[in-house]
Design a protein around this ligand. Structure first.
Ligand code: HEM
Length: 589
């Protein structure tokens, strides 16, 4: 009996072993079959490169998007490039980008960080370039309370007050941007001068994000080192991060060279110190406020308080996260810095593009004016009132003009690259793990199958039969999306509600309040409006491609509106006092 029980147990064990081995074999066969069938899949088509460098020399470093559009016409919705050892997959239709970057965002949410700009210059801490890991997840989670949907709603009163300052500034600026000093090509091609009207728009956008992150306003444009440094840091970052700028970005093997053979490393470290003077200086200011118990409910101050309540000292040096998942100082400083960078020029340049499209299309401007005037009762000789957020439903054509501006000139013109964390297959094509994956916004927005006559600025294309409320069509969901400026999937821009609210309140008020026109060119007798189709002359290069400065004259549309603007500005000063924020600093105030 004992013997037979043992033999039964032995038989059972043998069967279990055989089953396990069989299952293992089946699993291995399935795995190897799938791997080998993937290996059999071919990469997407693309231009032929040369050994070692691949297509590196064929990609125009400063202005790649026209070339990428040509390649898209030649190779189709998905094409492949080899930049040195790096595989680059470019998605050229809304469908391909949605299918991969949104629908499969679990594996397409990482980033291919530029080595010099991210690993060295940003000490690996710039949120926008963090890989899809715990550091990114923790940092991104902290943003929700500052720029998520609820926080964005709470920000509207600030945006409303700040918008009064913009129109007051433009009114007082008048035609000062039409002086000869601003037509010098050296000035046009360099940083925005602080005395140009572009600077007032920049002040607005940066003040909004500075209030979010540090609870401080940007109260003046001239002699404001903080404001200028934010734009300098951003300009330097887009320049240093430009693909093809450093061989060490494309060829990881070079990163092993010692310092004396790696000048970019020394340069990158110096730039990191220079950046930290700004980001670290702002963080130190926030800490001082906490020590002095100054009331401040900004993103950084709230975070510092929560971190100390969790048992940490006020200063937590180093990079990355603490063992309990809190952001250390550098990651916090760079996360706040990313809000400042990401929310400033993108939003300002869209407004500057909007004004340009209006100047270039007088009938569109006339129609928008009529719509906004009607919404605020500025009809039959009345001045009405300033537009408010609640007027949005009455302004579908105006919202369509903003959407058309974003479509026709997306500021991050080729999006921000994602990275494939796993091997993948798409419509019979192989996408290798580690590929850089670009949602090619410019080409997607210029797709004639979706946007007939794509280069034309035609806000009517967004009007539909129901023509009541106009949707913004900009959210992360693939359904109901009209344009792609805010990216895809889990990396989708978290600031898009704030950006849209800024477009609405600032631009509607400019249109209601101000008559703006391009100066007359004495040689032709016609207004000097930059040619929107001239890439080189009108738009900057770089991965944030924005209008170059251009002259505009501003004046109040009527004495009554001028009075409303003046009063609104003065009342805003009292409102800043009530909110515990600094007043605007202007001569004579
Ligand atoms: C016209 C205005 C704006 C445009 C065109 C824009 C565009 C973008 C794009 C394309 C991305 C990357 C998305 C992707 O990887 O697929 C992004 C990320 C980001 N944006 Fe915006 N943005 C704008 C305004 C703002 C504003 C106002 C804020 C803050 C208040 C903001 C904060 C951020 C942050 C923090 C990220 C990094 C997200 C991450 O890497 O996880 N953006 N934005």
């Amino acid at each position: 009996m004992i013997v037979s029980e043992n033999s039964l147990r032995n038989v059972a064990m043998s069967l279990a072993i055989i089953c396990t081995v069989c299952l293992g074999l089946i699993a291995c066969t399935v795995y190897f079959q799938s791997v080998s069938s993937r290996r059999r899949l071919v990469l997407p088509p693309g231009p032929r490169g040369i050994p070692i460098l691949g297509n590196l020399l064929q990609v125009p470093v400063l202005r790649p998007y026209p070339k990428f559009r040509e390649w898209a016409k030649q190779y189709g919705p998905v094409f492949h490039l080899k930049l040195g050892p790096q595989n680059v997959i470019v998605l050229n239709t809304a469908k391909a980008a949605n299918d991969l970057l949104s629908e499969r965002s679990k594996i397409y949410s990482s980033r291919p960080p530029p080595h010099v700009a991210h690993d060295i210059m940003s000490a690996g801490q710039r949120l926008v370039f963090l890989p899809y890991d715990t550091e990114w997840k923790q940092s991104r989670k902290t943003l929700n309370s500052a720029i998520g949907p609820q926080a964005s709603k709470e920000l509207r009163p600030t945006q409303e007050l700040e918008s009064r300052v913009v129109i007051w500034d433009l009114l007082n600026h008048g035609n000062k941007s039409c002086g000869p000093e601003f037509s010098d090509p050296a000035v046009i091609n360099s940083e925005v001068p602080e005395t140009h009207w572009f600077a007032f728009i920049r002040r607005y956008t940066t003040s909004v994000v500075m209030t979010i992150t540090y609870g401080k306003r940007i109260t003046r444009v001239t002699n404001n080192p903080h404001l200028h440094k934010i734009y300098d840091v951003l300009a330097n970052f887009t320049h240093v991060g430009q693909p093809g700028n450093y061989l060490a970005d494309a060829f990881p093997i070079l990163r092993k060279l010692p310092d004396f053979l790696a000048p970019w490393r020394i340069e990158g470290r110096k730039m990191h110190e220079w950046e930290m003077e700004l980001w670290g200086g702002l963080l130190d200011g926030a800490k001082r406020m906490i020590e002095e118990r100054v009331a401040n409910t900004s993103y950084v101050n709230n975070y510092l308080r929560a971190r100390t309540e969790a048992g940490h000292p006020l200063t937590v040096p180093g990079v990355g996260l603490t063992p309990d998942g809190h952001l250390r100082d550098k990651l916090l400083a760079y996360s706040a810095g990313t809000i400042l960078e990401a929310g400033s020029d993108t939003t300002a340049s869209t407004m500057q593009s909007f004004i340009l499209f209006m100047l270039a299309h007088p009938p569109v401007l006339e129609r928008v004016r009529a719509e906004i005037d009607a919404a605020v009762g500025a009809v039959n000789g009345s001045d009405g009132r300033m537009p408010e957020f609640d007027d949005e439903d009455k302004c579908p054509y105006f919202v369509a003009c903003i959407k058309e501006t974003l479509r026709r000139r997306p500021p991050t013109i080729m999006g921000i690259p994602h990275l494939a964390d796993e091997d993948d297959e798409y419509e019979g094509m192989f996408i290798p793990k580690g590929s850089t994956v670009i949602g090619n916004v410019w080409t997607i927005h210029m797709d004639p199958a979706v946007f007939p006559n794509p280069m034309a600025f035609q806000p009517e294309r967004w009007l539909n039969d129901s023509c009541g409320k106009m949707t913004w069509g900009a959210g992360p969901e693939a359904r109901g999306r009209d344009h792609y400026v805010f990216g895809w999937g889990r990396r989708f821009c978290p600031g898009y509600h704030i950006a849209q609210a800024s477009f609405f309140i600032v631009l509607s008020r400019i249109i209601w309040a101000l008559d703006f026109r391009a100066p007359i060119d004495p040689a032709t007798g016609k207004p000097k409006v930059p040619d929107i189709n001239d890439e080189e002359a009108t738009w900057t290069s770089g991965f944030v491609s924005v209008p170059r400065i251009y002259p505009v004259e501003f004046k109040a549309r009527s004495p009554g509106r001028e009075q409303i603007i003046q009063r609104a500005f003065l009342e805003a000063q009292n409102a800043w006092d009530t909110l515990g924020l600094e007043r605007d600093q202007r001569e004579g105030l």
